[in-house]
Design a protein around this ligand. Structure first.
Ligand SMILES: NC(=O)c1ccc[n+]([C@@H]2O[C@H](COP(=O)([O-])OP(=O)(O)OC[C@H]3O[C@@H](n4cnc5c(N)ncnc54)[C@H](OP(=O)(O)O)[C@@H]3O)[C@@H](O)[C@H]2O)c1
Length: 301
C-alpha cells in the first residue's frame, strides 16, 4: 500500500462537469459516538478538515443528518466554508426528519423544494452541486414510480438551485425511469462485499450510462433493511482478514478497496467520526488488490 495518504490514489470520476476523487467521505457518522451520545464538536470539525487535507473532495450529507446537538450540514459549513473550488457536496432529499426527529415524507414538488432550500441555507451555498432523490423509507429500497418527484427536482435544476441530479435506494427500473426525464450523475445504494450484491447488475447499467454508483455501508455492512447501527453481516470475515494481513491493511480497508476495484464508476463515501479511521479509509484508496484477492473476495459474495 502507498505510504502517502491521498484520496486521489484511486483516481477520479466526473460527476457531470465536476471532477471528484473516487474516495470520498460520508457525513452521517459525525453526529454521535458509538454509545449514542453527542460527538465532540471539535473532533467532528477536525475530521472534516483532515479529510479535505487528505484530498477528499466529495462529501455526502443530508439536512436530516442531525442529532439533538449536532447537524452534519452545520459542521460541514463551519469546518470548510469558504469551500475549496474543487469540493463537491452531495445531499439528498425525499424522506426527511422534522425538528423533533420524526420521519416525514417529501412527496410533492413543494416539499422537495423546501428540502433543497433547507440544504442550501444550512450549507451556506447559492445552489447544490448534486442532489439525490432518495426514495423509500429507512434503508428499504423504494418501490413504485419516481417520475413526479424526479420531475420536480429536474425543474429545480432548470431554475438553477441544483447542478446535477442523482437517485438513491433504487433499482434498475428507477434508473431507467429517471434517465428518461433528466441526466443522472449518480446512484447511491446500500452495497458491500456481502450485502445487496444484486446491484452488480445496476453497477453495469450505471457504467453504460456514465453514471457513478456510490455504495453506502461498505464498511459497516449493516444487514439490509435493519438498523445502520445494528449488527453487521460479517460473512467471510476470515477471508477478508487474510487478504488484509497480506497487504498490511485492515479489514475495513479491504472492504472499501473491494468496492473501488469493482468498476471505475464506483465511488466510496465511508463515514466516520474517528480521525484514525478517517486516515485509514483514505489510505484504502492506495490499496491495490490482486486478481487473486478479488477472486477470493468475490467468492464470499
Ligand atoms: N442514501 C442513503 O439512504 C444513505 C443511507 C445511509 C448512509 N448514507 C451515506 O453513506 C455514508 C456511508 O455510510 P456509513 O457512514 O454508515 O459508512 P460505513 O462505510 O458503513 O461505515 C461506518 C461504520 O463503520 C465504522 N468505521 C468507519 N471507518 C472504519 C474503520 N477504518 N475501521 C473500523 N470501523 C470503521 C464507523 O464507526 P466510527 O465512527 O467509529 O469510525 C461506523 O460505525 C454515510 O456517512 C452517509 O453519508 C446514505
Amino acid at each position: 500500500m502507498s505510504t502517502t495518504i491521498n484520496a486521489n490514489a484511486a483516481g477520479t470520476w466526473e460527476l457531470g462537469d465536476r471532477t471528484v476523487n473516487r474516495l470520498g467521505f460520508g457525513a452521517m457518522r459525525l453526529l454521535n459516538n458509538a454509545d449514542g451520545g453527542p460527538s465532540d464538536r471539535g473532533r467532528a470539525v477536525e475530521v472534516l478538515r483532515t479529510a479535505v487535507e487528505l484530498g477528499v473532495n466529495h462529501i455526502d450529507t443530508a439536512a436530516f443528518y442531525f442529532s439533538a446537538l449536532r447537524s452534519a450540514n452545520e459542521l460541514i459549513n463551519t469546518a470548510l466554508a469558504p469551500y475549496p473550488d474543487d469540493l463537491v457536496i452531495t445531499t439528498k432529499v425525499g424522506p426527511g426528519r422534522d425538528p423533533s426527529g420524526d420521519w416525514v415524507h417529501a412527496d410533492d414538488e413543494k416539499e422537495l423544494r423546501g428540502q433543497v432550500e433547507e440544504n442550501i441555507r444550512q450549507l451556506g451555498l447559492d445552489h447544490l452541486d448534486v442532489v439525490n432523490l432518495r426514495i423509500g423509507s429507512g434503508l428499504d429500497r423504494g418501490e413504485g414510480s419516481l417520475k413526479e418527484r424526479f420531475e420536480a427536482l429536474a425543474e429545480l435544476q432548470r431554475e438553477g438551485f441544483i447542478r446535477h441530479l442523482g437517485i438513491s435506494n433504487v433499482g434498475v427500473e428507477h434508473l431507467e425511469e429517471a434517465l428518461a426525464i433528466a441526466p443522472v450523475v449518480c446512484v447511491q445504494n446500500q452495497y458491500g462485499l456481502v450485502t445487496r450484491r444484486e446491484d452488480d447488475a445496476l453497477i453495469e447499467l450505471c457504467a453504460k450510462h456514465g453514471v457513478a454508483f456510490v455504495p453506502f455501508f461498505a464498511i459497516g455492512g449493516a444487514i439490509p433493511g435493519a438498523s445502520p447501527f445494528g449488527p453487521a453481516d460479517r460473512t467471510g470475515e476470515d477471508v477478508v482478514a487474510e487478504v488484509a494481513k497480506a497487504h498490511g491493511a485492515t479489514a475495513a480497508q479491504v472492504r472499501l478497496a473491494w468496492t473501488l476495484h469493482k468498476a471505475p464508476n464506483v465511488l466510496a463515501i465511508p463515514g466516520t467520526g474517528d480521525p484514525a479511521h478517517l486516515r485509514e479509509n483514505v489510505a484504502a484508496a492506495g490499496l491495490r488488490l490482486t486478481d487473486e484477492d478479488m477472486t477470493r473476495l468475490e467468492a464470499i459474495g
